[in-house]
Design a protein around this ligand. Sequence first.
Ligand code: NAP
Length: 463
Amino acid sequence: MLRVAVVGSGPSGVYTAQSLVQQSVVPGVRVDVLDRLPCPYGLVRYGVAPDHEKIKSLQQNLRAVLEDERIAFIGDVEVGARGLTPGRLLELYHAVVYCVGAARDRRLGVPGEDLAGSFSARDFVAWYSAHPDAAGDGFGLDARAAVVIGVGNVAVDVTRILSRGAAELRPTDVPQGALSALSASRVREVHMVGRRGPGQAKFTTKELRELGALPGARVDVEPADLALDPSFADPSALPAVNRRNVEVVRGWEAGGAGGADATDATDATDAERRIRLRFFLRPVELLGEDGRVAAVRFERTEPDDNGGVRGTGRYEEIEAQLVLRAVGYQGIAPAGLPFDEARGTVPHEAGRVLRDGAPSLGEYVAGWIKRGPTGVIGTNRPCAKETVTSLLADAAELSGRTVAADPLDALRALGHDPVAWRGWLSIERAESALGRSLGRGRVKIPDWAGLRAAARGIADRDA
Ligand code: NAP
C-alpha cells in the first residue's frame, strides 16, 4: 500500500488525488488531501467569483473525488506550522505532492502602491469570497471611481463585481458583510487598464463579453487607444482567443455606448455604472491626497516590434479613490522546499521536486506552484497526470519504507486539530442554515472561529 499526502485541496490537489487512484495498480494507494483551511476546493471556493455559478458547480466533481473511499480530506492542517515540516511529512507518508498554488500577489513596484485605498485584487477577491484570512474593512467602496490595473481574468472578475448591482449578488453565496458593503458601494466608474493592446490582453473572451452584458452598466472604449494596436485593425494573425477578444472590443467600439454585446441588457443612456476599458497605459505612480490614493499616473505606451511596448514620455492621470492591482499571482513555497524566486515556482522535473538539481525521492509538485499561475482550471488535469506518472514510476522505491500507521495521530501529537470530511459537511449545513436565517440561499461563513465552530460542533457530537 502506497500512502500519499497531497498538500492543497484546490483543483490541482484534487485532480492529483484522482489521478493517483485512477492510475495506480495493485497493491493500491491511499491518499490524504491536506488543506490549511477547514474547507476544500481552494480557488474554486475562494477565487471563482460568486456570480460564476457554472464554474463554481465544478465543486460537485471535486466533491465526488474527495468522497472516494481511497481518499480522505484532512482540513485545518498547515504544512510548515507546529513542526509539520516537509521532512516530517515525508516520515508520515511514502510521498508528498505539493499543490499549494500561488498564494501572494505580484507587486507593481511603483511609488504610492501602498497608499490607503490601493489594494491587491487578490485581497479583494478573498474578501468577497469569504476567505477567513481576508481583511474585512470594506475596501473603500465610498470611492466614486476605481482603477483596476491589469487586463487578465482577475481584473475582469473584480471589475464585474464592482459593477454589479446588489440584486444580482444577493442570490449568490457572497458573505453578508461583503454583500452589504457592495450594495452600499458608491463606485460608478471602473477603469480597467492594460499596459499593452487589446490584441495582447490576457482575459478570455467569455469573461470579457460578460462585462458588456451587465444590467445597469455600460462599457466604453477609447478609439485612440485601439488605433495604436496594429492587430486591432487586422486581427487575423492573432491566436484565436486574442482574435475573439479583439472582435468583442471592436463590437463595443462600433456599437458605441454599451456596444453590440450589451444592447439587450443595457440602456446606454441610463447606465448607472461605467466600465472604461483602456489600453497602452502603464502605471508609473499612485498619487495621494492626505495619505489616500486620489489618482493613478500612467505613461502612454506604444507597441514595439516584439509583442511588447515602449514608453513614449507622455503621461495621463486617471482620478480614482480606489485602486485594485490585478497584475498576477506568485507562488510561495512551504518553508523547507526549494524555490525559484524569479519564477515563483518549485524547481521540478516532470513534477519531481529538484533539490540541488537532483530529484528528491518522495517529493512532487503539481498546479501553479509547479508551472506558475497560468491556465484555466482544466489545465490542472494534464499537469497533475504528469506528476502522478512520475510518482507512480517511483512507487516501488517509495513503498519500501515504513511510514506512520495513522498519520492523523501523528498530526494530533504535533498539536494540529484536523477537520475531517464530516466536519466540512457540517460547515456546509451551517452555511445553508445561515443563508436561511438571512432569507438567502447558502451564505459562506467568513471567519476562522465561525468555520471551526461549524466544523467541530457537529463533529464533536458525532465523536
Ligand atoms: P494574468 O492573466 O497573468 O494577467 C495579469 C495582467 O496584469 C496582464 O494584463 C499583465 O499585462 C498585467 N500586468 C502584469 N504586470 C504588470 C505591471 N507591472 N503593470 C501593469 N500591468 C501589469 O493574471 P490574473 O488575471 O491574475 O489571472 C491568473 C490566472 O487565473 C490566469 O490563468 C487566469 O486566466 C486565471 N483566472 C481565470 C478566471 C476564469 O476563467 N474566469 C478567473 C480568474 C483567474 P501583460 O500581459 O502586459 O504582462
